[in-house]
Write a protein of this length. Structure first.
Length: 572
């Protein structure tokens, strides 16, 4: 009995030692005070840097340096803006700065000289405890003769999409007529329409006039390049991403790669629109407004530019991006040279009959283990496999011919725009970047007559591209085997390179030019040339692509089975 009591006392002491209360804690948050948000959000589309509400300064009011802009280290964090002390694009008003749900005086201003923000003018906000509203602060005027600051109170949805695998999006048109000093080539006439990358209009969103907004529509989650079209079908430029040098005669993007241009810049005949992944459950507004982010070349050969105003668009998150723990996407691609196929996942037949060389639409699936079947046109099973989906995966299932039937290869597509550009000695902490305007190409080999091929530019030269330091994703492509380390060639914007096929070996690079396979032209990377209302069609358009070799090199094969390169675009 005594021994038993000793065991109890010892256990009691051990437990009390483990639960001892510490006399110190760590709090690594930038903001360490409670800051309950209201239902009112400010959208700063005018470039203001300072903010006062009810006489209280929420930003630091630190003036920029003598160059008229903020330089490195010019930060003085505040409780409301702890990182820089300056107002950004969006700001949800905290409850604590309201008085009985009212902000009698909200003042936007700037201390800089480079961005001409209108003089501070107070406005009032009445918070609604049952509805969420955005207060868009923009340059807007219904008449020509100078821009004034204007405020739009627009309701914002925070309710989830009906389909949990979809996102909600709308178009908000706060554009302004442009003054005569703005080049005619930059002027776009509303009402405006929302379209996918190929110019197909988004269902459910009608043309939106200035000062108006559409209802939200639901779209299956995924990676899209939305575009804004004016009444003549011309594209409006997006803002951000660093693609803001425009041709004054056309309003299209100028870059170092393209047709002869102005002042060291060349015409691409493209209009910048960001490629972005829209997450399941997300809610977004695409907003058109005037902005001073656009630049025009002066004509000097040293690349000088000057700023101009222009109606541009940007994507604004109406709620914080949700975390996707549930869904992933997969598409079937037919790499058989002539036969049509169908795909079935977990016993459910996908609706498309895929002709040879065609890619199907993406199917949204729940994460976990799945069974995939390939069927012929009469729904006879040709091959099957199992695969696993992790949250956010984007996969392509390729069916291809092999000696004894049909095989399946599943590849993972990187649609995030993120890439690593360091060296083998780095751990990818600092050299990870994001490309919002990708011209990315990976390569696959599904020709059973070749063990290995390489895809090259003219005369077997490497592509003129922003190729990764550690990878050469176009070289030594083995039959059915995807390159998994640095698989993409990051081509330059508006690339003009033809793509040629070479029969390489592990010891020989590039090998012999395979003349039987037609070269791919860069303009074959354009989905719908008729979309471009420009003097010339661009040389290529942005997206994440796979180029695959399919068919047979055997000279005795029927013409319909002959080897060829196909293009699959994974972004929409």
């Amino acid at each position: 009995m005594r021994k038993y009591l000793l065991y109890i006392l010892g256990a009691t002491y051990f437990l009390s030692a483990c639960t001892k209360k510490l006399d110190y804690t760590y709090d690594n948050r930038l903001v360490q005070l409670p800051n309950s948000p209201s239902n009112s959000r400010l959208i700063n589309l005018i470039g203001a840097t300072e903010l006062k509400i009810n006489g209280q300064a929420l930003t630091s009011f630190v003036a920029p340096d003598i160059e008229g802009n903020y330089g490195p280290g010019q930060t003085k964090g505040t409780r409301f803006f702890p990182e820089s002390g300056r107002l950004g694009l969006t700001f949800t008003i905290p409850q604590e700065v309201l008085k009985n749900g009212i902000a009698d005086s909200i003042l936007f201003s700037t201390l800089g000289t480079k961005l001409p923000v209108p003089p501070a003018r107070p406005f009032k906000v009445q918070d609604d405890p049952f509805k969420t509203f955005d207060y868009y602060f923009v340059r807007f005027t219904p008449n020509l003769g100078g821009y004034t600051d204007s405020l739009f109170r627009i309701p914002r949805s925070i309710s989830s999409p009906v389909n949990p695998a979809a996102f909600k999006i709308r178009l908000v048109n706060l554009s302004s007529p442009l003054d005569s000093h703005t080049p005619v080539g930059l002027q776009r006439n509303g009402p405006f329409r929302l379209a996918f990358a190929d110019g197909t209009l988004v269902p459910g969103i009608t043309p939106i006039a200035a000062g108006e907004y559409s209802e939200y529509v639901e779209i299956p989650y995924g990676t899209y390049q939305f575009k804004i079209l004016d009444r003549d079908g011309k594209e409006i430029s997006g803002t951000g991403g660093g693609y803001n040098i425009l041709n004054p005669a056309t309003g299209t993007l100028m870059d170092v790669n393209g047709e002869p241009g102005i002042g060291g810049y060349k015409n691409t005949w493209l209009t910048y629109a960001p490629v972005k992944t829209y997450l399941p459950g997300g809610i977004y507004s695409i907003v058109v407004s005037i902005n001073y982010d656009s630049k025009l070349p002066t004509g000097n050969p040293n690349g000088e530019t000057y700023s101009t105003d222009n109606n541009v668009f940007r994507v604004i998150n109406d709620i914080s991006d949700p975390i996707n723990l549930t869904y992933a996407k997969i598409q079937g691609i037919n790499a058989l040279p002539s036969a049509s196929v169908k795909y079935k996942i977990d016993g459910i037949l996908l609706p498309e009959l895929l002709e040879a060389s065609r890619a199907g639409e993406y199917s949204i699936q729940i994460v976990g283990k799945h069974t995939l079947e390939v069927l012929d046109a009469n729904e006879k099973k040709l091959a099957d496999t199992t695969f696993y989906l992790e949250p956010g995966d984007n996969l392509s299932a390729w069916c291809y011919p092999k000696t004894n039937g049909v095989g399946i290869t599943i590849t993972s597509n990187n649609l995030s725009g993120k890439y690593y550009n360091g060296t083998a000695n780095d751990d990818a902490t600092y050299n990870t970047f994001k490309d919002s305007y990708p011209f990315w190409v990976r390569f696959m080999n599904f020709c059973p007559d070749t063990k290995e091929v390489s895809f090259m530019a003219d005369n077997g030269m490497p592509f003129r591209s922003m190729i990764q330091i550690n990878g050469k994703g176009n070289e030594h492509i083995v039959f059915t085997k995807p390159i998994t380390s640095e698989p993409y060639i990051r081509m330059f914007v508006n690339f003009t390179t033809d793509m040629l096929l070479y029969a390489s070996t592990p010891a020989i690079m590039p090998g012999d030019w395979v003349r039987e396979v037609r070269n791919l032209k860069s303009r074959e990377f354009i989905a719908k040339p008729e979309l471009y209302k420009t003097l010339q069609v661009p040389a290529s358009e942005p997206g994440v692509y796979t180029v695959a070799l399919i068919g047979n090199l055997n000279a005795s094969a029927p013409a319909k089975d002959r080897a060829r390169m196909i293009i699959v675009k994974h972004t929409k």
